[in-house]
Write a protein that binds this ligand. Structure first.
Ligand SMILES: Cc1ncc(COP(=O)(O)O)c(C=O)c1O
Length: 401
């Protein structure tokens, strides 16, 4: 069902959101999520109790120390300093506290960057499969979304397709590494080539193309990998981050936009970001989260445990017959659906008390996505069900041929 709203822009947004809205209005997920004993692999939501250090920090900083404790604030200096210090160590580049804008998550960070950098009619390239909201957000801020598919065989960026999609109107590209939903981490070679393409196109068309680096998962890497940001290979780029993934607290909205030290026009872009942040609806995190930020910056979910869950799921699903790429980062696992109709297959998994996200919801039909935030108990219960559903789907295919 495609909704119809009052304005053309809202209609376009509604069209872009239709797969997601349909999933939330009619799917095995909405029918079954409240049934006791379900193994829920759908969203990157916590399925276990929050990290005690996170709870402790919020408790500490909730207690007011003076009358202005809960007054209006923008980006707090203590939070900016903590982010700049952490990024400087991780990236080996000197980030300045004034180049950090605290936002309520990557969601707001992306919205603010689009508002700050996009003029009506500017084209913004996004990579498909995307995070659910890129296309609709580009429309919401007056841009024209331009979809470029990944290379489906390697899950890598399709650099030729990106080069071909660039026009004189291209103003920005959103790149997400580690990538939701594939779990791919783009290599230095890929990012070098991407930087070259963007530099050349910017020079040719007489204005830079901004790279919006959505780094929501940059601290969730497997097998001892270290992170190389797209921003380290191209200077006209901005970092967008959320703590919701690293802390597994997506409902507590805090993140940032960081301007790397070699970004040309940093001061002007910073001013535009500040204005956009206010106009987006005061997109600053609430005070308690900002007070807590220097402590929150030090905490992460248990990566070894997450990797152990990934390994169990990969081994279990492969043993059952499923085809998949092993994720290099994020907490998602993208699995080939045995049936072409991924929604039907997710319905079948639902009959086995397993909830998964059909790939059609994120422009990856023929696949389904598993969130590894599911608990060990859920994985124990689900693995036999995954195997049974796979066997049933094979029988069905055999009967039909
Ligand atoms: C790739 C990507 N970008 C941005 C976001 C938004 O993160 P948040 O809701 O924490 O702001 C998400 C959340 O799922 C995501 O997966």
């Amino acid at each position: 069902m495609t909704q119809s709203f009052a304005t053309r822009r809202m209609d376009q947004i509604a069209r872009a959101l239709t797969p997601f809205i349909n999933f939330l209005s009619d799917s095995a997920y909405v029918r079954l999520v409240d049934k006791p004993g379900m193994a829920d692999f759908v969203f990157g939501n916590p399925q276990e109790m929050p990290l005690p250090a996170f709870v402790q920090s919020l408790q500490t900083w909730t207690v007011p120390q003076h009358k202005d404790w809960f007054a209006y604030n923008q980006s707090m200096a203590s939070a900016q300093a903590a982010v700049a210090a952490a990024l400087s160590v991780r990236r080996g580049q000197p980030f300045a506290p004034e180049d950090i804008s605290m936002t309520n998550g990557a969601f707001a960070g992306l919205a603010v960057c689009l508002m700050a950098l996009i003029d009506p009619g500017d084209e913004v390239i996004y990579i498909s499969p995307p995070w659910f909201f890129y296309e609709a957000m580009i429309v919401a801020y007056g841009g024209t979304p331009v979809r470029v598919q990944i290379d489906r065989a390697t899950l890598d960026l399709d650099l030729d397709a990106i080069a071909q999609a660039i026009t004189p109107r291209t103003r920005a590209i959103i790149v997400n590494s580690p990538h939701n939903p594939t779990g791919k981490v783009y290599s230095p070679a890929t990012l070098t080539a991407l930087g070259d393409i963007l530099s050349q196109a910017g020079a040719q068309h007489g204005r830079p193309i901004y790279l919006l680096s959505d780094e929501a998962y940059h601290r969730i890497l497997f097998d001892g990998r270290s992170y190389r940001s797209p921003t380290q290979f191209y200077s006209h780029s901005l970092i967008i981050y959320t703590y919701g993934k690293t802390l597994l607290t997506p409902g507590q909205r805090i993140g940032y936009i960081a301007l790397p030290p070699d970004l040309p026009g940093r001061a002007e872009i910073g001013q535009a970001i500040f204005a956009a942040q206010t106009m987006v609806g005061y997109a600053f995190p609430n005070n308690v989260l900002q007070y807590a930020l220097p402590e929150l910056e030090e905490i992460t979910l248990d990566l070894a445990h997450l990797q152990a869950k990934r390994d169990r799921m990969v081994a279990g699903l492969r043993a059952a017959g499923y085809a998949l790429h092993v994720p290099e980062g994020t907490f998602y696992l993208l699995v080939k659906s045995p049936w072409e109709d991924d929604i039907a297959f997710c319905d079948l998994l639902g009959e086995h008390d397993i909830l998964t996200l059909p790939g059609s919801v994120c422009e990856m039909p023929g696949y389904f996505r598993i969130s590894l935030t599911a608990g060990d108990g859920m994985i124990d219960r689900a693995l036999p069900g995954f195997a049974e559903a796979y066997a049933e789907s094979r029988e069905d295919i055999a009967q039909r041929s």
